[in-house]
Design a protein around this ligand. Structure first.
Ligand code: FPP
Length: 265
């Protein structure tokens, strides 16, 4: 689609969005980089590189729209199984991104957060992320939460171990163990649960992402591969979210909140 048409399309979608009903926390599984590259006979890492361009575009779009928290699944605990060349490349992306974007993120009052075990990532990646965490720690605008070396199951196990250690120290008793307490020991400690989860590439699963936090999240899937994902898809996901009735287990509203698979793109 020509650039001019794309912008007109985005504007039309933007006008339809109800600013009073924005999802506060949007989480994204950015999937399909490898397939995008393979379809073009290119190495997988070219797909990841293009995927980073999409990421930048969506961060800007979410910030302009007034989204409160944007969580992005950048590297899972299972991704270590990939060939070392690809793992090394993926591990360099946060450093490259932050090197180019950190000043702009600071200007926009964006606060970086990380979900995942940074102790196992290469030192250069860890240091770049830690610098960004420190430099943006006082920011009060959108939270940009990167899931790096993240797995939902290991996050829950880690929380249980932390709680157990407090029990053994006599700081918690059995009655203290509640859902709220467990949530406070997850990486997302101060963040509300995602309102909307977007996954690109046509896979209809959550792949160990935010298992605890997604309990009542609205899900939106598109067949579009992440490098082709655009502002338009993001806006369409939000518009679709705004048609959902969220009942959180209650009975008042009519059932809806259907699983959505976007056929376009
Ligand atoms: C999944 O596609 C994507 C990833 C494992 C990596 C996603 C990372 C980025 C988009 C950039 C991250 C950048 C920063 C700054 C953290 P896949 O490789 O599984 O695709 P496939 O299913 O088609 O093989």
């Amino acid at each position: 689609m020509p650039e001019k048409e794309k912008v007109t399309n985005d504007l039309a979608l933007l006008q339809k969005i109800d600013r009073e009903k924005l999802p506060f926390h949007v989480a994204i599984i950015m999937d399909g980089n490898g397939r995008w590259a393979r379809q073009r006979g290119l190495p997988r890492i070219v797909g990841h590189k293009k995927g980073m361009d999409t990421l930048k575009q969506i961060v800007t779009c979410a910030h302009e729209l007034g989204i409160g928290v944007l969580s992005l699944y950048a590297f899972s605990t299972e991704n270590w199984k990939r060939p070392s060349l690809e793992v090394d490349f993926l591990m360099r992306l946060p450093e490259e991104y932050l090197h180019k974007e950190l000043d702009r993120l600071i200007e926009k009052n964006i606060k970086i957060m990380v979900a995942g075990d940074l102790s196992q990532v290469p030192e250069r990646t860890r240091l770049a992320i830690e610098k960004a965490l420190i430099k943006t720690s006082g920011n009060t605008g959108m939270v940009l939460n990167f899931a790096v070396n993240y797995g939902g199951r290991s996050e829950i196990v880690r929380a249980c171990k932390k709680i157990l250690s407090f029990i053994l120290e006599g700081r918690y008793s059995e009655e203290d163990i509640t859902e709220e307490l467990l949530a406070r020991h997850l990486y997302t400690v101060n963040l509300p649960d995602p309102d909307l989860l977007i996954r690109s590439s046509g896979e209809i699963r959550i792949s160990n992402f935010m298992l605890w936090q997604l309990a009542y999240t609205e899900l939106w899937f598109t067949k579009t591969l992440w490098p082709d994902f655009s502002r338009e898809h993001f806006l369409r996901a939000i518009l679709d979210y705004q048609t959902r009735e969220r009942r959180f287990g209650n009975i008042q509203a009519k059932a809806h909140g259907k699983l959505h698979i976007d056929e376009e793109g």
